[in-house]
Design a binder for this molecule. Structure first.
Ligand SMILES: Cc1cc2nc3c(=O)[nH]c(=O)nc-3n(C[C@H](O)[C@H](O)[C@H](O)COP(=O)(O)OP(=O)(O)OC[C@H]3O[C@@H](n4cnc5c(N)ncnc54)[C@H](O)[C@@H]3O)c2cc1C
Length: 238
């Protein structure tokens, strides 16, 4: 396993509690849309076993052409040791990244794609949308639905409806509107539904989709293949 130590080159305040950390791209490091990395801090591998409180999975919210690795996260006042350290990091400080993989590449299957996310889950979808804007081949259209109770919606420059690009974006601030809208979107019995958020959010969204007749192979989750049955098995979700 190759560990890349790299520097923070910019910190963007996306919203009061949400920041994007832009990291220098190590030579030869590349990734595809929907990828995540393991992000870790100094000392994480100092002991016999890796110190898990210094490591988190994080989606990459940028694409390689942007020349930086973007990590977008919410840091609340009450937070973990990991986020407490992250909050204190400055431009020029070093972090480690390793084990890059995408569970949610854009499926180019001549279908409509629905991106359902909660809060900073939208960060996972930012590169999918950018990739689609660069090359719309074999994707009918994309619709994004994001729920954020803070109403501080993210990436609104990219997540703005653009009919000429066959892209629509919707933000809601409450669960009732969110689930009603998921029901509406599930009227498309042939669509592909990507979901990113907490495990509870995934389960509830999957239940609504199943009730509307959507099948497991139409659903994409940012989970390792081994974990998928836990979420997508019909016995568990209905
Ligand atoms: C494939 C994958 C991709 C991911 N991508 C992202 C991503 O792009 N961005 C992202 O942010 N996360 C992402 N995650 C989730 C990420 O790995 C973390 O699990 C998540 O950010 C929570 O971080 P944390 O455990 O450090 O807790 P925190 O975010 O610090 O805390 C979680 C909750 O617990 C509360 N809490 C924590 N500590 C305390 C305390 N001491 N007292 C009271 N309340 C407390 C917080 O207020 C918060 O509500 C991803 C996960 C996976 C598996």
């Amino acid at each position: 396993m190759q560990i890349h130590w790299t520097k923070i080159n910019k910190i963007i305040e996306e919203a009061p509690e949400v920041k994007t950390y832009l990291l220098d791209c190590p030579a030869g490091f590349t990734w595809e849309e929907g990828s995540h990395v393991h992000l870790a801090f100094e000392g994480f591998n100092a002991g016999e076993k890796p110190n898990r409180s210094l490591i988190r999975h994080m989606s990459i919210s940028t694409l390689p052409y942007e020349k930086s690795i973007g990590i977008t996260t919410r840091i609340k006042e009450q937070c973990s040791e990991f986020k407490t350290i992250l909050r204190k990091l400055k431009v020029g400080d070093e972090v480690a990244i390793f084990k890059t993989h995408s569970n949610v590449p854009l499926r180019r299957e001549e279908k409509n794609v629905y991106l359902l996310s909660s809060g900073v889950g939208l960060a996972t979808f930012r590169p999918l949308v950018l990739d689609y804007f660069k090359r719309a081949d074999n994707v009918n259209q994309i619709h994004s639905l994001n729920i954020d109770s803070s109403k501080e919606y993210l990436f609104t420059n990219i997540f703005a409806s653009a009919p000429e690009k066959r892209f629509t974006s919707q933000f809601v601030d409450n669960r009732r509107d969110y689930y009603l809208e998921v029901e509406n979107l599930a009227a498309d019995k042939d669509g592909l539904f990507y979901i990113v958020g907490s495990d509870e959010f995934l389960m509830q969204t999957i239940n609504v989709l199943y009730e509307q007749g959507i099948k497991p192979d139409q659903i994409m989750l940012d989970k390792h293949e081994q974990e998928l049955p836990k979420f997508l098995s019909l016995d568990v979700s209905i």
